[in-house]
Write a protein that binds this ligand. Structure first.
Ligand SMILES: [Zn+2]
Length: 139
């Protein structure tokens, strides 16, 4: 599927910087695996999120933090998300299964997920590629 996208290309540097910056706020006393996400809306706004672990109940991933921030501000149309993750250095980090399914609630199959892991290393995949044949209620 096509992952070339004008709005994404225009905002790519800003998405990388936003994800790297918000990653510093990750709360990860258990895994020390810090993730940052930058979510681009179709109107060109960017929402950030970091992972927040919890010793007693389920932790929340950076991707879902970014989505919940955006949706709670009234956003419903999304173009792409960029994810960075790792302990000390950035490594290739993809959204977990929970997040992939969560994204299908708000995004079409051609929604672009970017995995950035430093020095221009980036992999772009569509949501369909990351979660083929996903569950969709009422379809
Ligand atoms: Zn996740």
């Amino acid at each position: 599927m096509n992952t070339e996208n004008e709005l994404l290309n225009k905002n790519l540097d800003k998405l990388i910087e936003t994800a790297k910056t918000v990653r510093k706020n990750a709360y990860t006393p258990y895994s020390n695996f810090k993730v940052g996400a930058a979510l681009l809306t179709k109107s060109g706004k960017i929402y950030s999120g970091c992972n927040i672990e919890n010793g007693g109940i389920m932790s929340i991933c950076a991707e879902r933090v970014a989505f919940t921030k955006a949706v709670s501000e009234g956003e419903k149309e999304f173009e792409a998300i960029l994810v960075v993750g790792g302990k000390d250095e950035l490594i290739y980090t993809t959204p977990c299964g929970y997040c992939r399914q969560f994204m299908t609630e708000f995004c079409k199959k051609d929604f672009i997920v970017c995995m950035y892991y430093g020095d221009g290393k980036i992999v772009k995949k569509t949501l369909e590629e990351l979660l083929p044949d996903s569950f969709i209620l009422n379809e």
